[in-house]
Design a protein around this ligand. Sequence first.
Ligand code: ASP
Length: 329
Amino acid sequence: MKNITVLATGGTIAGVSHFPTDTVSYQPAVVSIEEILNEIGSIQSIATITSEQITQVDSADMSHDIWLQLANRINTLLNQPTVDGVVVTHGTDTLEETAYFLNLVIKSEKPVVLVGAMRPATAISPDGPMNLYNAILLATSSSAKGKGVLVALNDTINSSRDVTKTNTALQDTFKAPELGYLGYIVDSHPHFYRMPTRKHTYMAEFDITGITKLPQVDIIYGHVNDSGTLAHAAVAAGARGLVYAGLGNGNMSQQMKNVLSDIQRKGIVVVRGTRVGNGVVTRNGALDDDQNNFVVADTLSPQKARILLMLSLMKTSNPAEIQNMFWTY
Ligand code: ASP
């Protein structure tokens, strides 16, 4: 049997409600990972499982400090020949961000699977136990090796780069809209149909060994009549990079173009993303990036562009080099 370590961080999968019919009003991050695993009778038959409670938080309280702790722990575990894979239990609200961060800093081909639940553990029909069962099963599978950090909920397998939470309350919420699932898990069998095409994990150049703080990068949400107040405030508060969740193809008003160009000339890296949710932000498309020294986010959501920009800034502040990283990851 394969050896899988489950690292628990909290979320709804560990949540408790007053009534078994409450699926959205409850207290997340209460039940320990040991109790959750004990509730799934058949789970010890698919792997030899060890677990660690890394933290116990609503994923709104996920932080860079926990990310660094989690990533270092996963790297240490996967370095051991006796560990075959890692599963991380996580709240669903920021699961996609943690998954993409790990996708860029884990130095192993072994499976790493993030899992959560939309219904608390006390619901009449919770999704957590089956999701966790499937995630552990996926982590034991050689088919999950070398595909980067995966996200497994609701019988589906997603790539951490492309997945996002698409519905605030339904179980069927984690999707890569338009780009699609990597596969399904049916009757205890993972079925893969696609591969991530961008570099990840063991191929990535980012090293968090010894790092205690990530560079400050803020997201500015584009809208009509944006005067740039928040962009200036972010820079005044120490931002080394900004992600602009722009209009359409990362577009912005003349006013914002002036504001962000001025900010860029001060040495702050500006990434043009989009608030649209799907599609490529194209270089020199909505405006002249070569002239403004902006970087485009490609298809990364603003919250994932922020993560890649933070890691990129640990290596360089050169917009051209950072643009290459956005084409690569
Ligand atoms: N608020 C919860 C969390 O992200 C939601 C969930 O896990 O579904 O921790």
